[in-house]
Design a protein. Sequence first.
Length: 279
Amino acid sequence: MSFTIDVEDIRTSSEQQYRVRLNVDRVLAWLHEREVIGTAFVVGKLAESDPSLVRAIVDAGHEVGLHSWSHTAIEKHTPSDFGQDIKKGRELLQDISQQPIRGFRAPFMSLTTSTPWAPDQIAGAGFTYSSSVLPASSPLFGLPGAPKTPFLWESGLLELPCPVTRIGPLTIPFLGGTYIRLLPRAVTIGALRRQDQDSVMWTYCHPWDFDTEERFRQYPETGFVTSLLCFRGRRRMFPQLGAIIHDLECSSLSDIATSLLTPGTAKLDVFSIPARNAA
Ligand SMILES: [Zn+2]
């Protein structure tokens, strides 16, 4: 099990208060109490504007990875500007943290059939592993048919796909912040117990998932329902997370990647995105 958080700023205007640091500090204190080491994927632009945020995460003993330069879906980029952006982000995080940056996570799990070039760009920028694939159909982004257990891209980049479970007709990323806040605890714990033992379980929370003081507002780029889903159940976030990681051994994704990549430890299949319009 790994606790991971995607550190991004969802302010859409300068009048809105900067609340990322407040909530990240809250999460760091909570992890410290439980002696849990996790991974924080930080947006490059945010790290550039607040380097002390990255230092606080590293000083608390956690791994830092890159969550893109500007939190834009991969398909909005050309291959070369995507590659340049994430290389710049990786170098910035390395400068601030004085640590090698090994992990990349795409915004919105947006590594899909639209961007078959992305794994090569991620490997080319120097990353060891990615956690950018939702191996299911999704109204937003998804890569149905991708393995649900760790696999290698042809470049040798390790992919740790987003954990999913079936609930009725739906396959959902049940360890995302919204699902953790809103699903009954028994459903989440039951789904965890049913997972394939070769799967790697990781949460993906966001600073706002923990923001119990923020008043409800509709985000301009999303509809009312999505805004409400980002808001409901925030008081349940820490108790739910506590129940999820209770008694489980937690490691950073970098440590999990190292053990999976140790020869003889795991069988990792090579997967490539099927060509579009293939017969
Ligand atoms: Zn994100």
